[in-house]
Design a protein around this ligand. Structure first.
Ligand SMILES: [Zn+2]
Length: 224
């Protein structure tokens, strides 16, 4: 039975689906059943990818349909509350697959210039929401010392790799020697951004880097 204060609150401000704004019958859900059914959840065999500098990258959904639309709203239209909607399933997956395998959570940084125009770093908000849910510390271990063109719209893996090369540096942070790090980002496409960041963390002493992203671009599809 829900407390009467919450029932009244639902009557005054009916909870709405984070994706389509339909009124929700159950305010503990964030997404309506119709949108839930349309999410392109990754099949079991596609959820994990291996990397060179990171060990594994875990993702929740293909970058299409509901999650793609919501991700664009989240990144480019100020819908920062969607961090919670994305963090919920991603935290569950992390708990299932990476339990006791990491000590610290961090995120892919954006340049100060981008931070000024967007007002927030979408990956940091995600990492902080995940940290809150899983009770593990989230710290800014990386920074982004120079502006670079966004990865969105760069078509080939080689060009994406060249675009991020040398763009991250270690932030003044605790000694990373021997630490196991969970690195959070919004979308994985070719993996070059996560590889670059993982390489910097490993060079800083991290023993292992695991990654988790909300979405994964289908092989051959452009991340636009
Ligand atoms: Zn909906």
């Amino acid at each position: 039975m829900r407390p009467i204060s919450l029932v009244l609150l639902d009557l005054l401000y009916p909870p709405k689906c984070a994706f389509c704004e339909a009124v929700l019958k159950d305010s503990r859900q964030m997404v309506c059943p119709r949108c839930q059914a349309e999410i392109s959840w990754l099949p079991e065999a596609e959820r994990l990818q291996t990397g060179e500098h990171f060990t594994l990258c875990l993702s929740v959904s293909w970058y299409e349909h509901q999650f793609r639309f919501a991700m664009l709203q989240y990144k480019f239209h100020g819908q920062r509350h969607l961090a919670e909607v994305f963090a919920a399933p991603l935290s569950n997956y992390i708990q299932e697959r990476f339990l006791h395998r990491y000590d610290l959570i961090t995120w892919i940084p954006i340049s100060n210039e981008r931070l000024r125009t967007r007002g927030y770093n979408q990956s940091e908000l995600l990492a902080r929401a995940i940290s809150e849910r899983l009770g593990q510390p989230a710290l800014p271990l990386l920074h982004h010392p120079r502006p670079k063109p966004p990865q969105s719209g760069i078509a080939t893996a080689a060009d994406r790799k060249a675009n991020v090369s040398g763009c991250f540096a270690l932030a003044p942070s605790p000694d990373l020697a021997g630490s196991r790090i969970l690195l959070i980002d919004d979308v994985i496409t070719t993996g070059s951004t996560l590889e670059e960041a993982a390489q910097v963390l490993r060079a800083g002493g991290a023993a292992e880097v695991l990654c988790a992203t909300v979405c994964r671009t289908r092989p051959g599809a452009l991340h636009l």
